[in-house]
Design a protein around this ligand. Sequence first.
Ligand code: NAD
Length: 509
Amino acid sequence: MTIKTVAQVCAAHGLEAPGLVTARIGGASLPASAEAETMQVLYPATEEPVTRVQEAGPAEVDAAVAAARASFESGVWSQMPVSRRQAVMRQVTHQVATHRDELAVLESLCAGLPCNHLVDRQVPRAAENFSFFADYIGHLAGETFEQMDGYLTAVTREPAGVAALLAPWNAPLALASMQIASCIAFGNSCVVKPSEHTPWSVLRLVELMEEAGVPAGVINVVNGRGPVTGQALVAHPGIDRIAFTGGTATARGIMAAAAPNLTPVHFELGGKSANIVFDDADLEAALDGSLVNIFSNSGQICIAGSRILVQRRIAEPFIERFVARTAQLRIGDPSERATEIGPLAFAGHRDRVLEYFRLARDEGAEILAGGGAAEGFERGYFVQPTVARVADNRLRVCQEEVFGPFATIQVFDDVEQAIAIANDSAYGLVAYAWTGRLALAMELQQRIRAGTLWINTPLARDLRAPFGGFKDSGIGRDGPRQCADFYTEEKASIVPRGPVTIRKMGMEP
Ligand code: NAD
């Protein structure tokens, strides 16, 4: 299959790939340094070089935290009138929307994600994150208590300070923009660390934000590997909050690094979500939705419905049709609009996913579709969308997050068994259920142990609602009120309504 080269994709959009991506501190990009480590970013579809990342070490992380602190203390953003802050954030939305195609291409070249998905969904979501929080802060109100006789107690919020925001590579803009918008909306400054695999789009976003009027130093970017740059950032004593979206194992290390400083953490982590198809469901919708839930973003998505559970009465025809549709998925050039499945994001991840295909066979699963590297590609990290029939939810392929186009299908007999299998996981991010029975939907709503339950629909996210995971899928929630709680300190001010009689200590009784 012919795939457009990096040069062709860039030329089609009038772009020039930067030779080197460096940290952005206080509104300026650091110059190239001969001593710094650099890492090559390859286009996952062709394995051609896209750019190099210059790694920020502890000294650069220090400088980024200092710049964020200086901007915070100066009050240039933290004390800015809310109406002005709202106007700047709305301007960011406008900037992102105006640069939608450019941002989509930058992201696609680093992550290999199909451009159509980025243009239609993820970049618009990134834009919306800023206007959503701009609206929210216009309505945020404090509390007053008047129950204590003679006193008025007022509760106000102040920005928490400087936040470290760490983002993964699977949806760099959509996820980093949620972290940045929810953090700066309340007046904080931050240091962002994008994934070392996808440094370009987030850096461009920050430049666009500065052009939109976010003062220099409010958002700083450091690039580099997790155990180097990320570790220096999360262990830094100048950090007041850590928001991390990524893997559960990484989160455990971050929590340990944050412990000596008692830095509060907010974690959005992995998942192994059940997608349950009951025999009274609208099967056409369930089929379409189940495919979307596992194969969007080539399965590299935390909310993937990777464990498909099908009720026995409809299992055989459902599985047959699911497998047939899987085999027809259009794998190919991420820059082509018709492409449904792009390459995986980098070679190490492709190898890891292929290893899970092998494990499925070793564990006795029956491979119904795919099961290996995609054919017809000379280069690139393409794998076949894969479906494996399993009989036991305790298999590793049913318990561990594969983060690729890999679905297990298990047949169940009744509601009790479906709920037991769905909840038999260390994760608890989301679940999907397909049923025509309202009473069953309400029962699932009460009994499924996950942060989000979608009934008869694939992902439909209302930004007003909390999003986050039970169990190993996270700590805390994204959501307006939840982010207000995380990114601000509440202060109670107690004022007497009239003269107060104060005990006269140190005087003769
Ligand atoms: P990851 O945990 O490897 O990395 C995430 C970020 O943390 C990257 O920027 C990385 O450089 C950094 N990092 C890695 N090690 C670090 C360390 N020791 N100290 C500090 N920072 C470190 O995750 P990933 O592979 O980039 O992303 C995939 C994971 O993210 C999956 O598990 C997926 O489910 C999860 N995810 C969760 C959500 C959600 O909202 N719940 C959304 C998207 C992805």
